[in-house]
Design a protein around this ligand. Structure first.
Ligand SMILES: Cc1cc2nc3c(=O)[nH]c(=O)nc-3n(C[C@H](O)[C@H](O)[C@H](O)COP(=O)(O)O)c2cc1C
Length: 176
């Protein structure tokens, strides 16, 4: 299949996730185009048979450039097989209240898309202290401490489960 992967990222983990997805799908003989949603102006989405859209959650919201891309290309995207990857810190845990929030964020995101992805998956991201300013670093350490975790602000911490992600990609690309 000819597959488009488009994403928005703030600290870079969603880009890493999408590069992983691109490599995985290319290894399975798919043709993959990977680009940032902000750079997708003029892209002919009608050329693709499937698409992955990915964005990360910051303060309960996904990047507006992903929503704009999805909405502006809704006619073409709603006709093909799609996978929405929502990257967050909360997806690394099992807290029912946080999972309820993640689902609400995904619902709001899909409403903003204006169409329903074929499949939506929550992917655990990372704490990237190397990308944070002082205030973000303090905020993230405080959030972690609320979950009983003590984080070293000099060390990035990745939560992404690459094996689970590979399974999702294999299932999604083989379905239908
Ligand atoms: C300022 C800030 C706010 C965040 N807000 C949330 C949040 O509301 N819910 C959540 O689950 N994760 C939150 N996160 C965690 C990010 O979703 C996580 O770090 C993710 O890996 C970021 O992906 P990116 O590097 O592609 O931007 C936040 C992270 C930062 C730095």
């Amino acid at each position: 299949m000819r597959i488009l992967i488009t994403y928005a990222t703030t600290e870079g983990q969603t880009r890493k996730i999408c590069r992983f997805a691109a490599d995985r799908l290319a290894d399975r003989a798919h043709t993959v185009e990977l680009l940032r949603a902000a750079d997708a102006e003029g892209l002919d989405v009608g050329r693709f048979e499937a698409a992955i859209l990915a964005g990360s959650v910051h303060l309960g919201k996904v990047q507006p450039e992903l929503l704009d891309f999805a909405n502006e290309n809704g006619a073409a995207l709603s006709r093909i097989r799609t996978l929405y990857l929502q990257v967050s810190a909360a997806a690394a845990g099992k807290d029912p209240a946080e999972w309820a929030d993640l689902r609400k964020i995904a619902d709001a995101t899909e409403r903003a898309f204006g169409w329903h992805p074929t499949r939506t998956e929550h992917v655990a991201g990372a704490f990237r202290f190397s990308e944070y300013d002082f205030f973000k670093s303090m905020a993230m350490r405080w959030i972690a401490s609320q979950h009983g975790e003590k984080l070293d602000p000099h060390v990035d911490k990745e939560f992404t489960d690459w094996t689970a992600l590979a399974t999702v990609l294999d299932e999604w690309s083989a379905a239908g």
